[in-house]
Design a protein around this ligand. Structure first.
Ligand SMILES: *Cc1c(COP(=O)(O)O)cnc(C)c1O
Length: 394
């Protein structure tokens, strides 16, 4: 009898379940909105990155349908061979103008944008200074580059300066890379301070603004606008799958950097372009954002209201200064039980545990959106208060 070569899967799965870390994947049965059908049940949705309601916005849907009629459903090639349609070029121009940069290049996802940008800019002779809590796609981009990776303490410019000083100056180039908004904690990187450090050492500065795009800055122009750092941050990565509500990634910066990525970035050269429908929907998102700041303003109003009420109820919402609202609970099993009971009461919010967040820092992550009404938020608060009391958290 042969040995079962996949026995490790059963063992590791059992271990995940025992530690309360096994991921239970819910199935969504309706468009994303303030209320969504999840596992067959209509619940209040506090779980998704649909900050502005764009995932089901009439103007974006209309643009996507029109693009299918005009352009078909697929690009049929990678960007560098025959996949660059005028739609892609138009979107990149619009995005650059929206963000106030010289140029932008789009990718299939934010994850791909990091895998594209980092290995194009640094290699084995170089060093990357990376925030210890950076997103997995930054980490993977760093690893793919084969540069030396030096982690610095979270959001700490002095700590960064220290690790830079401690690093032997044998490298060719250096890159400082940080999330803009940290997706699990909702805190914002002190990019103005990191810019000073990058200037002092003449290092490349890169920010991944996945959760800041459409959220931070004037009318959602992102973290660079928030800190008034126009023209000072070398590489700005964004995603079109969060506030933009569609799917895709983008790198914005100088014409020189963007043109270079079109020559070097492997996801650009070896993976097909984003579909016409997606690109057209993203252009429509830029239209809506440029027309009015109303949705972004409402997102922030909702955020301020929900957070202050959660604090008043006695919940620990961590260090967030953005619509990402962690409800800190500690151990993963408690967070999972909390999430389960929220769902029973008609509220959908995920528990996050290791390895998504550090051990002992499990939480429920509440995602606020501009499409939540005051009644929705009050209903959510009522359910949180009920479950919080039941489980002795407040
Ligand atoms: C979500 C996220 C990504 C991935 O973006 P996708 O477009 O979903 O691939 C990348 N970086 C950060 C910081 C993120 O939060």
């Amino acid at each position: 009898m042969s040995v079962d070569k996949f026995a490790f899967i059963d063992e590791e799965t059992a271990a995940l379940k025992e530690q309360g870390l096994y991921i239970n994947i819910r199935t969504i049965g309706s468009p994303q909105g303030a209320w969504t059908v999840v596992d067959g049940r209509r619940v209040l949705n506090f779980c998704v990155n649909n900050y502005l309601g764009f995932a089901n916005h009439p103007k974006l849907k209309e643009a996507a349908k029109k693009a299918i009629d005009e352009w078909g459903v697929g690009p049929a090639a990678v960007r560098s061979i025959a996949g660059t349609m005028t739609l892609h070029v138009e979107f990149e121009k619009r995005m650059a103008a929206f963000k106030g940069v010289e140029a932008a290049v789009s990718f299939q996802s934010g994850f791909c944008a990091n895998l594209a940008a980092i290995p194009s800019l640094v290699g084995p002779e170089d060093v990357i200074f990376s925030d210890e809590l950076n997103h997995a796609s930054i980490i993977d981009g760093c690893r793919l580059s084969r540069a030396k990776i030096v982690r610095y303490p979270h959001c700490d410019p002095d700590g960064l300066e220290e690790v830079i000083r401690a690093e032997p100056k044998t490298y060719r180039r250096a890159l400082i890379v940080t999330d803009g908004v940290f997706s699990m904690d909702g805190d914002v990187a002190p990019l103005d301070k990191f810019y000073e450090v990058a200037q002092r050492h003449n290092f490349i500065l890169m920010v991944d603004d996945a959760h800041g795009e459409g959220v931070l800055g004037k009318g959602g122009r992102g973290i660079v606008d928030h800190f008034h750092l126009h023209g000072k941050v070398d590489v700005e990565v964004g995603t079109l799958s969060k506030a933009f509500g569609v799917v895709g990634g983008v790198v914005a910066g100088s014409q020189r950097v963007v043109d270079y990525l079109r020559q070097k970035a492997r996801p650009f050269l070896f993976s097909s372009a984003v579909t016409p429908a997606d690109v057209a929907a993203c252009i429509a998102a830029v239209d809506v954002l440029e027309e009015s700041t109303e949705l972004v303003d409402r997102l922030w109003e909702n955020t301020r209201y929900f957070k202050s009420e959660m604090k008043r109820l006695g919940f620990d919402t961590g260090f967030s200064t953005t619509p990402i609202t962690p409800v800190m609970l500690g151990e993963a099993p408690l967070a999972k039980e909390f999430s389960r009971r929220l769902f029973e009461n008609g509220l959908f919010a995920m528990a996050l545990g290791f390895p998504t967040v550090p051990r002992g820092k499990a939480r429920i992550r509440v995602m606020i959106s501009a499409v939540h009404t005051k009644d929705d938020l009050d209903k959510g608060l009522e359910i949180f208060a009920k479950v919080g009391k039941e489980l002795g958290v407040i």
